[in-house]
Design a protein around this ligand. Structure first.
Ligand code: 3H9
Length: 703
């Protein structure tokens, strides 16, 4: 028997164990092995029932994602065909679902007539996160098992459900009392079925999955949800598959599902999302650290500064059950900070996401102090004070005096030199940058800034800690703005300059949101605060080689007190949250253009796209060349998780590969010439981009 499955006889039961670590991904070799084992059990008259399980306990994480986009994906036996064969066996098949059954793993379980889980089991159809839909019967069998509405909710959210929920809604028939007893319970279940001469498959609970729903349910569902889907293809295809489940007999529905799945698999969006899946896993692999790196314990944390950022950072740890000490200079600031955190949790309670008891538990993990001496026993301190080098250095001198040896000292700086901060301590090896993004309790990105002296175990510990608190940590080297904000600079520069040249803020933002970015540059600045942006820029004027032309607009808005949404006017005028174009801004741009001798002209959307995006991409490629980012995929993760770049474009680096690196380079060269002195100053192609194109490479990688 193929070593990817185990085959055991236990009386009149055949036990087939999936044995392809780490997650029993259902690639072609495993599919072939399952088919062979199933045929053997089917052909053996001594076998009365079959138990399918994960031999290491874990059932299956679904199809092998690395096969998609290649011939292996549907190489025989393909997953839909294998599962169809299993549904035609005339012996009861029990799926013993340990730990998880996701995607094709759950579809495999659905092809079995009977399913048993254990308390830790999670089941789900997360294909949507990969720009796919379930393609091995999930869209047809799940609606028939739990009804169309519940199945749609599960497949569109992609979120797994726990064992109890799976039992309640009918995905599981039984629950074993523990993971350890799962296989025994599955055997006992199979024996009961044999003894009771049970059918190979029980009757389908929802033979007509849409029965009882309003006639226009699916049409309305599409209408209500389409705006949220923006240009995403997979939810639309998924809905079509569920329509087929409601309207067609099973076999026809299955065929329709395969066709829709193949369309999704071949799409750029799915390729982009699969890239993101693997990039997220790669991001944890960092030269100089590996599984043998001893981690430091993080049982107690301190945050310096109880402002919006510090409070948000503290909440992450309280949410993960880790006690946090919040330090401020003044009692009233501390009280305000703690009250704000309580207020934030209160909003979650109102929304039903948190109970009052949980709110109190989390608040109980937060302790306020005004005294550095109270930080003597913390394992990690994160400084989140005003973004000024002297202030941060003063804090780090205090931390160096107060904290125990081995404590990790982190700065939440968004742009300052972590090495200069580390230099004022006696322990630069323990210092690291941990750049959270606002709102820090919500945003997933965590830039982990490795200083030149940062010890490998400090890096490894903070990466692990980041994942523990639910963040997506990405390693960056030290440079102004690190990965994200350094790339933001040329991207935002083009947006501003385009407004001087004749575009409106709404036109620029419209092109960017047309790509499905969450927000355009100007809406983002109005939300974050034109004043905040001005102050950061002003503090760093010397560090950024400024060209007056593109800063002037923001500077003048600041001088006019147009700070954005909070003052009702910024790049736009606001009534509540509704934004409108403001003629004053256009007039201001016209005046500034005159003063700066910038010719104004009608600007096309393509030019806006190319100038903003190509400059963003160019800077990313430069960061890779400088070694600030380790991989193109890391850069993508920064922009996906911190800047609202749509994941179905895969991030700016993946998007550049989709557009064609030669086209990006040609575009940059075009504007270098077309925009006169300005083009000469700013549109310099990154040398790595030139080298990659010259060598005919289509992927962005160090070269
Ligand atoms: C599908 O099923 C389509 C069908 O409907 C139709 C087909 C026709 N394939 O995340 P981890 C690897 S679509 C290949 O670090 P964790 C992963 O890359 C699929 N590889 O661990 C990593 O490798 P490495 C639907 C996979 O404990 C290693 O396993 N299923 C797959 O944090 C460990 O993974 C999904 O979308 C896979 N399916 O999380 C589930 N899964 O060590 C996707 C994992 O070399 N997977 N790997 O870097 C997950 O959500 C998480 O990996 C899981 C484990 C929760 C399973």
């Amino acid at each position: 028997m193929n070593s990817l499955v185990t085959f055991e006889m236990d009386g009149d039961l055949a036990l087939i164990g999936l044995a392809r670590p780490p997650v029993n991904a259902l690639g072609q070799p495993l599919r072939a092995a399952i088919l062979e084992a199933a045929e053997r059990a089917a052909a053996d008259p001594a076998v009365k029932a079959i138990v399918l399980h994960g031999s290491s306990g874990l059932f299956s994480a679904g199809a092998d994602i690395s096969e998609f986009g290649s011939e292996a994906s549907f190489a025989a036996p393909d997953l839909p065909g294998l599962l169809l064969r299993l549904t035609r066996l005339d012996k009861p098949l029990v799926a013993a679902i340990g730990k998880l059954a996701l995607g094709g793993g759950l579809e495999l379980a659905l092809a079995c007539g009977y399913r048993i889980g254990e308390p830790g089991t999670r089941v789900g159809l997360p294909e949507i996160n990969l720009g796919l839909l379930p393609g091995a019967g999930g869209t047809q069998r799940l609606p028939r098992l739990i009804g169309a509405q519940a199945a749609l909710d599960m497949m569109l959210s992609g979120a797994p459900v726990n064992a109890q929920k799976a039992l309640d809604i009918g995905i599981l028939d039984r629950l074993a009392p523990s993971a350890e007893s799962l296989l025994d319970e599955a055997r006992a279940y199979a024996r009961e079925l044999v003894a009771g001469q049970a059918q190979a498959r029980p009757a389908v609970p929802f033979p007509e999955p849409a029965k009882g729903l309003p006639e226009d349910f699916l049409a309305r569902f599409r209408q209500d949800n389409e705006p949220r889907w923006k240009s995403r293809l997979a939810p639309r295809l998924l809905l079509s598959a569920v329509e087929a489940a409601c309207l067609l007999p099973l076999e026809e529905g299955l065929a329709r599902e395969v066709a829709l799945f193949k369309e999704a698999e071949a799409s750029r969006q799915s390729a982009a999302l699969r890239h993101v899946f693997f990039a997220e896993r790669e991001a944890g692999k960092v030269p100089g650290i590996d599984a043998s790196t001893q981690l430091r314990t993080i049982a107690k944390v301190a945050v310096i500064g109880a402002g919006t950022m510090g409070g948000g950072i503290a909440m992450n740890f309280a949410n993960a059950g880790i006690p946090v000490t919040l330090l401020e200079r003044q009692g009233d600031a501390l009280d305000r900070g703690l009250a704000q955190i309580r207020h934030n949790y209160g909003i979650s309670v109102k929304r039903g996401k948190l109970s009052e008891a949980q709110l109190e538990q989390r608040m109980a993990l937060l302790t306020g102090t005004l005294d550095y001496a109270d930080l003597a026993d913390v394992d990690l301190v994160i400084e989140a004070v005003f973004e000024k080098m002297e202030i941060k250095q003063a804090v780090f001198r205090e931390l160096d005096r107060a904290c125990k040896p081995g404590a990790i000292l982190a700065s939440n700086t968004s742009s300052l030199d972590v090495d200069q901060i580390a230099a004022v301590t006696s322990r630069p090896q323990d210092v690291i940058g941990l750049h959270f993004f606002s709102p820090a309790n919500v945003m997933r990105l965590l830039e982990v800034v490795r200083g030149k002296a940062t010890a490998p175990d400090v890096l490894a510990t903070t990466l692990k800690m980041g994942r523990t608190i639910g963040k997506m940590p990405v390693v960056s080297g030290v440079c102004f703005g690190f990965i994200g904000n350094r790339m933001l600079e040329p991207y935002a520069r083009e947006a501003h300059r385009l407004v001087l040249e004749g575009a409106t803020p709404a036109q620029v933002d419209g092109v960017l949101t047309g790509l499905d970015l969450n927000m355009g540059v100007f809406s983002m600045l109005d939300l974050a605060g034109v004043d905040v942006n001005f102050l950061v820029r002003d503090a760093n004027r010397a560090a950024i080689a400024h060209d007056e032309s593109y800063c002037r607009l923001g500077d003048e808005l600041y001088a006019l007190g147009r700070f954005g949404q909070k003052t009702g006017r910024g790049f736009y005028a606001y009534e509540g949250r509704n934004r409108q174009d403001d003629y004053e801004v256009v007039a201001l741009a016209e005046r500034l253009a005159g003063e700066l001798h910038v010719p104004r002209r009608p600007i096309g959307d393509q030019e806006i796209h190319d100038r903003c995006l190509f400059m963003l991409i160019n800077e990313g490629i430069q960061l890779l060349d400088e070694g600030i980012a380790l991989r193109a995929g890391d850069i993508d993760l920064v922009w996906l998780n911190g800047y609202g770049f749509p994941s179905h474009l895969g991030g700016p680096m993946h998007y550049a590969e989709t557009l064609g690196l030669d086209k990006v380079l040609a575009g940059i060269r075009h504007y270098q010439k077309a925009l006169g002195d300005y083009g000469q100053m700013w549109f310099t192609p990154a040398p790595l981009l030139e080298r990659l194109v010259a060598a005919g490479k289509t992927r962005i990688e160090p070269f």
